[in-house]
Design a protein around this ligand. Structure first.
Ligand code: ATP
Length: 407
């Protein structure tokens, strides 16, 4: 138990066994009234943090079948003819950062009790203010193994539907379609943007959303020292590309279902964005890496061999390796003065850097600031904050992912 007083506590059936089911503000749990073995009581208790409940639905019970097959086995307290049921869909954490959508059905002969439970759970879900309700989804049909549309339709759309998320889907027709769309569209009605594709597709969406925000704020992106305006919209990534490095770095795995569930529960992971300028001309924003030399040659050559799919990187990398070319360069960088970083894995780096030393305080402060903004705005923007650090222009080549801690 989490120490909070129960909002609701009842005896309900799960798979024809009586369970004590409890809902508090933070945890939903169920434990058998009569454990199979007395020693297994704790092991049979299941609990789900309320923020990880995806949906609750009324469920039809096949009374006749149940009556024929199970009547004898039912405890006397549940010996009623009519049963009512509801199903709770929730996140189930699996190995290696994978998330699955699991479900459990609760039954009772008391219809009113079932309704009370559904209402209490729905009320708690309504309080999850950071969850998105309206999304715009861009699918690159040519990313990776060209499965973007299929991945979205089969693995992601059903979960969004279950979580009552409305999604406007755009299958891109040409490169930079998503970026151009984001420059013109009315983005006010969306709580977030979803990119279905790889790192290139994410980059396209990121350029669209950052560029649009600067355009609205009349910020000149060509100026290397311009202070960028943070974007309100967050970007979700459904991995359907060749490398999916940003998805991997932010979610911990490249699995469409895991990503969809993170989007549904309103998770966020801020990432640093660097911009690259050449002679007072803005060139690109970069999140994971920017290639020069061997990697630059590999990536630019691999673009010519896109028809090969993901193996184009191996082919072009091997070609670049065989050229034995030497590359020269000077990297200069400005250390950040503010330590706005938030490693969330609870594992401080061994270098003893400022970010790791102060990450707990910063996380707390930025969480409070965000909650304050949400409350004050009067409307909840579910995907805000992903680019809160985009206003730091770093005038150099760098490889910056927030979860690293070199600042
Ligand atoms: N309809 C389209 N036709 C052609 N190109 C597109 C289309 N939609 C998007 N693109 C471009 O395709 C490029 C590559 O897409 P994406 O990143 O999804 O796949 P990938 O290159 O296979 O994966 P990764 O970037 O992870 O290696 C992006 O730069 C994007 O701008």
């Amino acid at each position: 138990m989490d120490g909070c007083p129960p909002l609701l506590l009842s005896h309900l059936l799960v798979n024809d066994r009586p369970f004590q089911v409890t809902l508090t503000k933070s945890v939903f749990s169920w434990q058998p009234l009569r454990p199979r073995k007395p020693s297994s009581a704790g092991g049979e208790t299941c609990s789900v943090p309320v923020p990880e409940i995806i949906a609750v639905r009324e469920t039809e019970v096949d009374v006749i079948n149940k009556e024929c097959r199970r009547w004898q086995k039912m405890p006397s307290v549940f010996n009623e003819k009519m049963f009512h049921a509801f199903t709770v869909h929730h996140v189930k954490r699996s190995k290696e950062h994978h998330w699955l959508c699991s479900e459990v059905t609760f039954r009772s002969s008391d219809h009113q009790l079932c309704r009370q439970w559904m209402q209490a759970l729905e009320e708690q879900l309504d309080l999850q203010a950071i969850r998105p309700k309206n999304l715009i989804v861009f699918i690159n049909p040519f990313g990776g193994k060209r499965l973007g549309k299929q991945i979205y339709d089969e693995k992601v759309a059903p979960l969004f539907q279950l979580a009552s998320i409305t999604a406007e889907v755009i299958v891109t027709e040409y490169a930079n379609h998503a970026r151009d769309y984001l420059f013109e569209a009315d983005l006010e009605k969306y709580d977030g943007i979803v990119s279905v594709g790889g790192d290139g597709m994410f980059s396209e969406v990121m350029h669209g959303v950052i560029g649009r925000t600067q355009k609205n704020a009349c910020i000149n992106q060509n100026h290397p020292n311009a202070e960028l305006v943070p974007c309100d919209l967050r970007v979700g990534i459904i991995p359907a590309g060749s490398t999916d490095c940003i998805c991997y770095a932010t979610v911990g795995t490249s699995d469409p279902v895991t990503s969809a569930l993170h989007i549904i529960v309103g998770d966020s992971q801020p990432i640093d964005v660097s911009s690259v300028h050449h002679k007072n001309m803005f060139l690109k924003y970069s999140v994971s890496l920017l290639g020069y030399g061997f990697y630059g040659d590999t990536v630019s050559d691999s673009e010519k061999n896109r028809w090969m799919g993901p193996s184009r990187y191996d082919f072009s990398g091997f070609k670049a390796f065989l050229t034995h070319q030497c590359y020269e360069g000077v990297i200069s960088y400005l250390p950040a003065t503010e330590t706005l970083g938030s490693p969330r894995d609870q594992r401080p780096c061994t270098a003893g850097c400022r970010i790791c030393q102060h990450s707990g305080e910063q996380l707390e402060a930025s969480k409070k600031e965000r909650e304050f903004k949400l409350l004050n705005s009067g409307k909840i923007k579910n995907f805000s904050g992903s680019h809160e650090v985009a206003n730091r222009l770093i005038h150099a080549l760098s490889n910056l992912v927030t979860s690293t801690c070199d600042g």
